[in-house]
Design a protein around this ligand. Structure first.
Ligand code: SF4
Length: 281
């Protein structure tokens, strides 16, 4: 493997509307984020290949392999090069689960320092499927991060039942549904207030669609987390981009997402919680 990492595109390159540049070995890539509602600088900790503890059928990372490796100094340089006045966030996502990278903590700390110095109004966002929380060092690190200003953890909670979890996320066999649900509850209980965004993908998988039992279980899960005060908002989103396994996972009608959102809003209101719930087609 090459000992250098490819850095990002330069500022004068238009931000992409998708994430395809991740598969070219870039470690920093500007994109328009529909959920951040503006310019986001994506950080990809896995420029050589996808690394993830899930195998979601809707995943939009196409198979690829490069000789590039992640380098935190080059990440920092590329972030500084691409800072723009309207930057919404620096977002760790990329080709897999960021917490699986051995450079995860140092990279997030370095990006946080860049944000503070060069983009004080932007956020640092970590998108995670939550499995990193099962490791004590990652759990402790992220708890501390939630106490920093302008840090937001986007936590994937696609399912309320084990059956749908196995269908929609296809986890590595070492990831148990109960253990993951339990550590997420513990994390929310200890996190700073309003530090976590719950994000949930709603799509069909083959002939399967999340049914009423799944919807009720998911709603109770999110309601319980919101009750801790840790949840800033909830994003329900649909499949909007191509995936390598198309047509296995398919978008559901917007009305399906809106029904789930309306039910959750009503449940939150009954519990006297004002957590915002948004849908993204
Ligand atoms: S958790 Fe994210 S990166 Fe991993 S398989 Fe699912 S969608 Fe893809």
């Amino acid at each position: 493997m090459s000992c250098f990492s490819m850095s990002s595109t330069r500022m004068n390159v238009s931000p992409a509307r998708d994430h395809r540049s991740r598969e070219k070995g870039l470690v920093v890539y500007p994109v328009y984020s529909r959920r951040s509602k503006g310019l986001s600088l994506g950080v990809n900790l896995f420029p050589s290949q996808k690394v993830c503890s899930f195998d979601c059928p809707y995943c939009e990372v196409f198979p690829f392999k490069t000789d590039f490796s992640f380098d935190v100094d080059l990440m920092e340089t590329a972030l500084i090069e691409n800072i723009a006045p309207d930057l919404k966030d620096v977002c760790f996502s990329g080709n897999g689960e960021p917490t699986l990278s051995p450079r995860f903590k140092v990279a997030v700390d370095r990006a946080s320092a860049v944000r503070r110095k060069y983009a004080p109004s932007a956020q640092v966002v970590v998108i995670t499927n939550g499995t990193g929380l099962l490791r004590q060092d990652v759990f402790d690190f992220l708890i501390e991060k939630t106490r920093e200003e302008r840090f937001n953890l986007w936590l994937k909670i696609d399912a309320g039942t084990e059956e749908w979890f196995k269908t929609i996320d296809r986890p590595n066999p070492s990831v148990g549904f109960s253990a993951l649900a339990s550590i997420i509850r513990e994390f929310a209980a200890r996190s700073a207030r309003n530090a976590v965004t719950v994000q949930t993908m709603l799509c069909s998988v083959g002939d399967a669609v999340p049914d009423e039992r799944e919807a009720a279980a998911w709603e109770q899960t999110v309601l319980g987390l919101a009750g801790t005060g840790a949840i800033r908002n909830v994003h329900l989103y649909g499949k909007a981009r191509p995936s390598p396994e198309d047509p296995l996972a398919q978008a559901l009608p917007l009305a399906f997402l809106e029904k789930r959102a309306a039910s959750l809003r009503a449940a939150l209101k009954s519990a006297r919680l004002d957590t915002p719930v948004e849908t993204f087609e």
